[in-house]
Ligand binder design. Sequence first.
Ligand code: 3AM
Length: 173
Amino acid sequence: MANRLFFAVPVPRSQQLPLLRLQTQLEGAGRPVLASNFHITLAFLGNVCAAAQQQLLQRWQGLSLPPCQLSLNQLQLWPKAQVLALTSNECPTPLYQLAGALQRDAAKHGLHQSQHGFRPHLTLFRGAQQSPLATQHLQQPILINCNEVQLMISEQTPAGVSYQPIKRWQCYE
Ligand code: 3AM
């Protein structure tokens, strides 16, 4: 059996309010992502069989990321993916390096090969066809404290997509 996996930084409940407010402001843009599903994807891995999952966990046993902060300040519509996302034009170096290393590791081991480099973003709406805001630039950036990295399973359920962490790495100084 294979699991659809990705590495992500979750957005804890204490940081969800400004994102929920923005979703309300953008109501009608598409299907809002549930707050419990808010995350920053570092690397998408695709379908991974049990043996490859075990090897992946062994390789990344010592995964580490110092606590860092991501400032999300741009609203972007990605028409092909029909995603309305909050993005950033300044990414903390350790986060950028970790995402790159995870993506390269996936490609090297026959998992998903990313078509483009890491684009830090947080998906707010799916099925989005247009952005309701005239300006892309947020006056007040939304700050995300990166305190944890998770390896997540993505599952389709009748109630929608569900993300379950199978491994967590806390960020330490
Ligand atoms: O919520 P975001 O957009 O950050 O877009 C998918 C989602 O990230 C991404 O993996 C995360 C969990 O589903 N994803 C799904 N399929 C993908 C693919 N084929 C993909 N990323 C790249 N290529």
